[in-house]
Write a protein that binds this ligand. Structure first.
Ligand code: AFP
Length: 333
């Protein structure tokens, strides 16, 4: 089927025709930024950009050179098109103001330019996560415009820079996967209408935090580890890649449950992952694929944002397992 595959551009133009056609052009610019980032991270140590800077981001995390470079790549690819009222990123304390020489639109692009970047120096898959919201009219975004719940997302997606570079996207009509054909430079539709298997025997959690978990999470993981000898009467497998994009991608491909729960390691932090540019976009993709995304006590997409960089507990993946953990939280509370 040499010429029969759908490209991302064709898909996006067809899916956004009409009310959101301008967003279609924005998504094509995001895909162009992803290609730039793919080429950069694909060079590994040859890029000359390995290692850390002596700067920290708003999270207080040491910034990698690639964090800053990939952030710049997205800003440059997307600021000029006239679709955006503003942008926000994990790597920027405040929202980015569209330069005056460019027209402004009504969309808001929020992103984590290089998720899993602590893995970039050890050649493990990393990714870019993005979310698109809109404001009522075109113009300069106010900080408050970004604080919309996950249900308000018009589109969400991620790129995964693995053996293949893929872009997984939802515009509210299912979740679809595209693979970068490096010869043509096109993203080709390879995984239309992805569905998360409702059941799974695979869980992902950083068990080094076990002593800090709340009892319902402890109960769930203990039962998985007990396998056939315990109440689940089935053996489980465990994965932890420490790159959320890679975990979510695996779950979209074959099912599973990913957990970064609330823990009392740092009581000031209600979780590690950020609501606006990690949890919300991933929750849209998982939900559109028939999975569930929860804090354990409420669905991620319902969480009302209070601050741009707020953190939230995340449990997401196969419906039956996430709902089991939610039930354990209800029984505990
Ligand atoms: P970095 O972007 O700092 O590497 O963090 C990645 C991440 O936000 C998410 O992608 C992983 O699931 C999670 O952190 C890994 O956290 P631990 O390092 O505590 O396992």
């Amino acid at each position: 089927m040499q010429f029969g595959r759908t490209t991302l551009s064709k898909f996006v133009i067809e899916q956004t025709r009409g009310q959101h056609s301008e967003m279609g052009a924005l998504l094509i610019d995001v895909a162009a930024a992803v290609k730039t980032i793919s080429a950069l991270v694909g060079k590994g140590a040859l890029s000359g950009f390995s290692g850390a800077l002596d700067s920290t981001n708003v999270q207080g995390e040491v910034q990698k050179k690639l964090d800053v470079l990939t952030n710049e790549a997205i800003l440059r690819h997307c600021e000029w098109g006239g679709q955006l009222a503003g942008m926000a990123s994990e790597e920027m304390d405040e929202p980015y103001r569209i330069p005056d020489q460019y027209p402004r639109g009504r969309y808001l692009l929020i992103f984590d330019p290089l998720d899993g970047s602590s893995n970039s120096d050890v050649n493990v898959s990393v990714g870019t996560i993005f979310s698109i919201l809109q404001r009522s009219e075109a113009g300069e975004a106010e900080p408050g415009d970004f604080l919309q719940s996950g249900h308000q997302q018009i589109a969400a997606g991620y790129a995964i820079y693995g053996p293949a570079t893929m872009l997984v996207l939802s515009v509210g009509n299912g979740t679809h996967g595209f693979t970068l054909d490096r010869e043509s430079g096109n993203f080709q539709l390879t995984h239309p209408d992805i569905k998360v298997p409702e059941d799974t025997r695979e869980f992902a959690i950083n068990t080094s935090n076990e002593r800090f978990w709340e009892p319902p999470v402890q109960r769930y993981v203990d039962e998985c580890k007990a396998g056939k000898t315990g109440v689940r009467s089935a053996d489980f497998n465990m994965r932890w890649i420490a790159s959320m994009v890679a975990e979510v991608h695996r779950i979209l491909m074959r099912g599973g449950i990913f957990m970064y729960p609330k823990d009392n390691k740092d009581p000031a932090k209600p979780g590690r992952l950020r609501l606006m540019y990690e949890a919300n976009p991933m929750a849209m993709l998982i939900t559109q694929a028939g999975g569930v995304a929860s804090t354990g006590r409420e669905r991620i997409l319902d969480v009302p944002p209070e601050t741009l960089h707020q953190r939230v507990p995340v449990l997401l993946g196969s419906k039956s397992e996430v709902e089991r953990v939610e039930r354990y939280h209800q029984e505990y509370d």
